[in-house]
Design a protein around this ligand. Sequence first.
Ligand code: 5GP
Length: 131
Amino acid sequence: MATIFSRIVAGEIPCHKVAEDEEFFAFLDINPVAKGHTLVIPKKEIDYIFDVEDASLGRMMAFAKCVARAQEAAIPCKRVGLAVMGLEVPHAHIHLIPITKESDMYFGGEKMTISQEELASIAALIRKAYK
Ligand code: 5GP
């Protein structure tokens, strides 16, 4: 069965898309830990990120870097933090999180509540800054 992320890429489940190329897809996390929290995934379904073959993993990181640059331009922050867990969704993904302090990357607490309208406008800002 397709993962929820493959269904997002296929357009079966809505998302706030940030960027896309032939191999990768970036969209806002539905339960962000910080404003602009974005997920980068390979379109090809692979569960564990360290099973992605080397060249593809390198391209995925380069794609994530372009997304991070756009987040830096669009969202007030000091840096974009990167995390990989994959405990919830078995489809490799990188979390890219605009941060100003360490605790902005805390995954164990309560997630933010952001309206669909605000998520849409955040995604639009990041998309506009994406090169
Ligand atoms: P992880 O697998 O790295 O532990 O976390 C998966 C992440 O995917 C979580 O931060 C969760 O909020 C996000 N997520 C799960 N389902 C969906 C979904 O249907 N849409 C979006 N945009 N994000 C999701």
